[in-house]
Design a protein around this ligand. Sequence first.
Ligand SMILES: [Zn+2]
Ligand SMILES: [Zn+2]
Length: 232
Amino acid sequence: MRTLLQRLQRPWPSLCACCGDWQEAPFCLACVRDFAQPRPRCRRCAVALTPGPGLATGVCEACTREPPPLTRCVAALDYAFPWSGAIARVKFQGHVGLAGFLGQLWRAAPGSEPLWEEADCRLVIPSGRARLRERGFHAVAVLARAFGGAALQHDVLRCHDRAHQVGATRAERQAQVAQAFWVDNAAPLQGRTVLVLDDVYTTGATLHAAARCLRDAGAREVWGLVLARTPD
Ligand SMILES: [Zn+2]
Ligand SMILES: [Zn+2]
């Protein structure tokens, strides 16, 4: 009986979501080694830096030309195979076990923990009510909890339900995102460094809109901490 219990308490063997090898975590060690290699990234937008002037200064060309509202940004993974698929399984299929695994990878990435520790106030990018009802859970909050983020401020930033306008132009979509956020509780922001967690950074429009909103409400600086960043 005891052996049976011990056997049941062991993690269930499963297939690596990347290479299909049998092992006990959603991804095997070899795939994590191959695909989650830390790489030099821009300190303001976390884009991977290629050899060139950006690599020496730590800031990419785009951020040098036009500094974004985030003063620092750290990403753990590239938003590419196999992580883009894994994040989609958390978001659209509610795969909580995978969220736990990704949260650990997120925390283990160089730069994640120092940013978390140095910030005065930490929050998760909010989701609109309609989307929350539709999915039944907030994927970023689940990932942030897996990161180990218990000390998160959930009452500061709020998000309007965005109308999904089919055929909206890029400029119209950007305007919608810019007006998506509002601050409900500005007290924890005053003169503080605020860290915003999000799952994916693609154009940065969402995080930048949140950062502007938080700065307007009194934050001294806003930093971003994302699980995955599009490679360029
Ligand atoms: Zn594998
Ligand atoms: Zn940059």
